[in-house]
Design a protein around this ligand. Structure first.
Ligand code: M6R
Length: 590
């Protein structure tokens, strides 16, 4: 969704804001804006990706050592300069940036319009600036007006507000992430830590309903809107380092992150024995286990549900987080919910967690981001240990999620060491699958597919989960229509889509080779062009991607060449693989 940044300290704010916004651009890239405070309020807004929107911006026009910035992913209001943040009040004294959705903005807006406020944008966010102004008109200080206004907001928000004549930032969060970086006499605000780790690793994660007032001297006071009193917040240190959040020698984050998987897959099993034991006890005790996630995380859950069944004989209910409410009546205080989310900020997942909590169910948070909302909401947590993932597409975090699911399944079956050994053995295979030679092979294949209108993918069992994930990767980054089907479902409808020359990928596992090859023959008979992903070349294949057979670990091994292929397709189509159109890394709206 949107990303917000703020700076207050002894340096000029604008260059810091611009850098922070670039670091956060993966959260949204429809438009960008900044406001700085000096003798007046200086404001810049531009449409498009940051590079383009700011190409003619002279940072000297944005003077001031206090500033706020925003990169937008449009929800309310079209993509235009007037809808870009920051938003101002009528007198142009107050500027705000906002990530989230104000659900009662229409009521608030109508009330404010009636009182004479003039709105310039079609966004829900602008209402915050006018509300603060209105409260200040009632003789409140800036801080009091902010607190009173935040109490009136329904929905979700991470907000930064500045006032023209004041060297302060007032920040608040509810159901949208916000973290403060602590420098030497300076403070940084950002939607997530990857935006600020190049300046500091010392942070404070704001908790829900927190408001903080930060001064130019580096002082901060925290107030909680629910507790209605001043509160203290702990200082944390971020485990990631700045290098991990840079592209380095790679042209795109996507390729860098794909290439890190030999390491990240090995790191995913570095878990605390005691925590694993406790989670396993919970699974054994539970009367009903749910896996909940969205997008790639959901696909990892699907692979996980097969592994729990095959390896541990444990039944799991698999639910898309956005559909979870339909199962709420099954939840009791004996239910265990695994909520899986790379970012730990996906609104649908957090909503499912709320539902689980309402029913007294236990929640295991599986996430990559320390300090995320999901991590705080869970009763227990498992970290993916993948390091920052900047590309909008999940690649290394997907394989880490599958590893974690496999690890739990094997641990439940009392075979944890077998899993550890198998994962260690994958190192060289993953290294080879991400090598230059493999990339060249896949580049050639991408060149043959680059003009395809439709691509289909089929698999059975664990390979079905991989087919779904591979199809998501290809479609979201190359914009080629790509769909996955369970092999057995082909004859129930999708076969009608196969024409002469339609590319169809076949994911083969040794355990269901015959069955899926029989599906391949059905496709071949209708003129489809077959691309096999398997340990050996098979008679019906027209093209072949060679991968080692890894049994229960096939979902890791077979996903990787498909990530590379998706990347190559995007590059050959002249697209930016790190920032696909209409998407954002972190989906913080329902
Ligand atoms: O942060 P999360 O794991 O909760 O994100 C879930 C999905 O939004 C995410 O996997 C999305 O589908 C990606 N674009 C997949 O590449």
């Amino acid at each position: 969704m949107c990303g917000i940044v703020g700076y207050i300290g002894c340096s000029e704010a604008a260059p810091v804001l611009l850098k922070g916004l670039k670091n956060l651009e993966y959260r949204g890239y429809d438009s960008v804006g900044m406001a700085t405070v000096s003798d007046s309020l200086k404001v810049f807004r531009g449409v498009g990706k940051i590079e383009k929107a700011t190409e003619n911006l002279d940072l000297r026009t944005l003077q001031g050592r206090v500033g706020i910035g925003h990169t937008r992913w449009a929800t309310h209001g079209d993509v235009s300069e007037k809808n870009a943040h920051p938003h101002l009040d009528c007198k142009k004294r107050i500027a705000i940036v906002h990530n989230g959705i104000i659900e009662n903005y229409k009521d608030l807006r109508d009330r404010l319009v009636e009182k004479g406020h003039e709105f310039k944008s079609n966004t829900d966010s602008e209402v915050i600036a006018h509300l603060i102004e209105d409260n200040m008109d009632d003789a409140m200080s800036f801080e009091e007006a902010c607190i009173t206004s935040f109490k009136e907001l329904d929905g979700s928000y991470a907000v930064l507000a500045v006032l023209r004549d004041d060297q302060k930032i007032v920040a608040a969060r509810k159901d949208s992430p916000l973290v403060i970086g602590l420098g030497e006499g300076e403070l940084y605000f950002a939607s997530d830590v990857s935006a600020l780790i190049e300046w500091t690793k010392d942070v404070v994660y704001l908790q829900n309903h927190d408001v903080v007032v930060a001064t130019a001297e580096g002082d901060m006071s925290f107030y909680n809107l629910i507790e209605e009193q001043e509160v203290k917040r702990r200082r944390d240190t971020v485990g990631w380092d700045a290098e991990q959040a840079r592209k380095g020698e790679f042209e795109h984050f996507m390729l860098k992150e794909i290439s890190e998987q030999a390491e990240t897959v090995s790191r995913a099993i570095l878990q605390d024995d005691e925590v694993i034991e406790r989670i396993i006890d919970e699974v054994r005790r539970a009367k009903g286990v749910f896996f909940v996630g969205c997008g790639s995380s959901y696909h990892a859950c699907l692979a996980g549900s097969y592994l729990f069944s095959k390896v541990a004989g444990v039944h799991v209910n698999l639910v898309l987080a956005s559909e979870f409410e339909n199962y709420e009546h099954f939840l009791t205080d004996e239910t265990l919910v695994f909520a899986v989310s790379q970012s730990g900020e996906t609104a649908d997942v957090l909503d499912a967690v709320k539902a689980a909590k309402r029913r007294g169910s236990k929640v295991i948070a599986v996430t990559n981001v320390v300090g995320s909302s999901l991590m705080r909401a869970g009763d227990m947590m498992l970290l993916m240990n993948s390091g920052p993932e900047i590309c909008v597409l999940s690649t290394k975090t997907y394989t880490s999620q599958v590893v974690l699911m496999a690890f739990l399944a094997y641990a439940l079956a009392g075979k944890r060491d077998d899993c550890t050994k198998s994962i260690r053995n994958l190192y060289m295979d993953i290294f080879n699958l991400t090598s230059k030679t493999m990339r060249e092979h896949l580049k050639g294949l991408a060149a043959l597919l680059v003009s395809s209108e439709h691509i289909f993918m089929i698999g059975r069992g664990l390979q079905y989960a991989t087919a779904l994930e591979a199809a998501l990767k290809v479609k979201e980054v190359s914009y080629i229509h790509t769909e996955a089907f369970a092999g057995g479902e082909l004859k129930h409808g999708p076969l009608a889509l196969i024409e002469r020359g339609t590319p169809v990928f076949i994911f083969v596992g040794r355990n269901n080779r015959e069955k899926v090859l029989s599906n391949a023959h059905e496709v071949k008979a209708r003129g489809g062009v077959l691309i096999g992903i398997s340990e050996q070349d098979e008679e019906p294949f027209d093209m072949w991607i060679k991968v080692p057979e890894c049994g229960n670990f096939n979902p890791i091994i077979q996903a990787i060449p498909m990530q590379v292929l998706a990347y190559e397709l995007a590059v050959q189509r002249g697209l930016d693989p790190d920032k696909p159109r209409n998407l954002a890394k972190c989906v913080t709206v329902l």
